[in-house]
Design a protein around this ligand. Structure first.
Ligand SMILES: COc1ccc(NC(=O)[C@H](C)Nc2nc3c(cnn3-c3ccccc3C)c(=O)[nH]2)cc1
Ligand SMILES: [Zn+2]
Length: 324
């Protein structure tokens, strides 16, 4: 399918649809342009009367409100958005759900970790931080990410929903809140179980509750999908994740706070923790989504099965070495 007549741009736009897309090859400016292109690709500016200058201001404000932390930075939000974009196109989602829901999915991904401090909810609660106090220990980070998103949308020149009716704005606001709050991994089993039940009883694309569950699963899949990417793309992200986790557990030790077990550098190795993460968290989640969209098998399930095999072999090698 020919997207445009500029061969260089054509290549980037084809590449953008694949999990192998590596955002480290692009500058911040190029990433912002690609995000802008995604809105244009779905024709949102025309469909929802979004002013292009307002869209650029919105994307730039989002960019400015991510922190320079190892993992939960602006590029992570882009990776999540790009995986969402790839899945939406692969299953031709716009034929199954409203354009407004697609707008919610893309915008939620871009905003889903806004102003992340690099210290997770467990730390926020144990250290009794300002965020934990403000949100009464209830998904403090995710509530904050969502609140920052709507503060940006409150800026006069960055509100991409400025021309929405109050009903449309309410629908989009509810959708974005639902999606961003769904990324709290503490709710993983709750959401996955509800989605599985919906698929078991017969998924109904006219049932708003089923659509809501699907959107939550899609952003959850996109959020933790690094291992669906080729090893040379996934590995650096895992190193960044562990860097962020270890900074937190070092701080927890210094502050005499409980140390999150899977973050303790003295307790875990990358291969062993990835084996359990992929085996117990990623595969069950991805396989539940693939039950509804089999066409996602080669995009997200096969690569992750391969990654699991890779880490199992690495784990065995490490164990053999220790035995000798
Ligand atoms: C059920 O709640 C959970 C379950 C597992 C984890 N994390 C892990 O098991 C470890 C640290 N591995 C891991 N964690 C990952 C990955 C991708 N995202 N991600 C992540 C990052 C921040 C917060 C939570 C998660 C799962 C990944 O490839 N591996 C964190 C929370
Ligand atoms: Zn995230």
């Amino acid at each position: 399918l020919q997207i445009c007549d500029d061969p260089l741009l054509e290549d980037i736009l084809q590449y953008l649809r694949l999990p192998s897309f590596d955002c480290s090859e692009y500058s911040d400016e190029e990433i912002l342009l690609i995000l802008q292109y995604m809105y244009l690709h779905f024709d949102f500016p025309v469909k929802y009367n979004i002013n292009m200058t307002t869209l650029r201001n919105f994307l730039f404000q989002v960019y400015k409100n991510y922190n320079e932390v190892p993992f939960h930075n602006f590029r992570h939000s882009f990776c999540v958005t790009q995986m969402m974009y790839a899945m939406i196109l692969k299953v031709d989602l716009s034929k199954l759900i409203d354009d407004l829901e697609i707008l919610v999915l893309i915008t939620s991904c871009i905003c889903h970790d806004l102003d992340h401090p690099g210290y997770n909810n467990l730390y926020q609660v144990n250290a009794r931080t300002e965020l934990a106090l403000r949100y009464n220990d209830i998904s403090p980070l995710e509530n904050h990410h969502c609140s920052v998103a709507f503060h940006i949308l409150d800026l006069p020149d960055a509100n991409i929903f400025e021309n929405f009716s109050s009903d449309m704005f309410r629908t989009v606001r509810e959708g974005i809140i639902r999606c961003i709050l769904a990324t709290d991994m503490a709710r993983h089993n709750e959401i996955l179980t509800q989605f599985r039940d919906a698929v078991t009883e017969g998924f109904d694309f006219k049932n708003q509750l089923h659509i809501n569950l699907l959107c939550m699963i899609l952003i959850k899949v996109a959020d933790i999908s690094n291992e669906a990417r080729p090893m040379n793309v996934a590995e650096p992200w895992l190193d960044k994740l562990f860097k962020e986790f270890f900074t937190q557990s070092d701080t927890e030790k210094k502050e005499g706070l409980p140390v999150t077990p899977f973050m303790d550098r003295d307790k875990i190795t990358k291969p062993s923790s990835q084996c359990s993460f992929i085996g117990y968290v990623l595969l069950p989640l991805f396989e539940a989504l693939v039950q509804l969209f089999p066409e996602l098998n080669e995009m997200i399930v096969y690569p992750v099965r391969y990654a699991l095999d890779y880490y199992r072999k690495l784990n065995e090698a490490v164990k053999d070495e220790q035995r000798q």
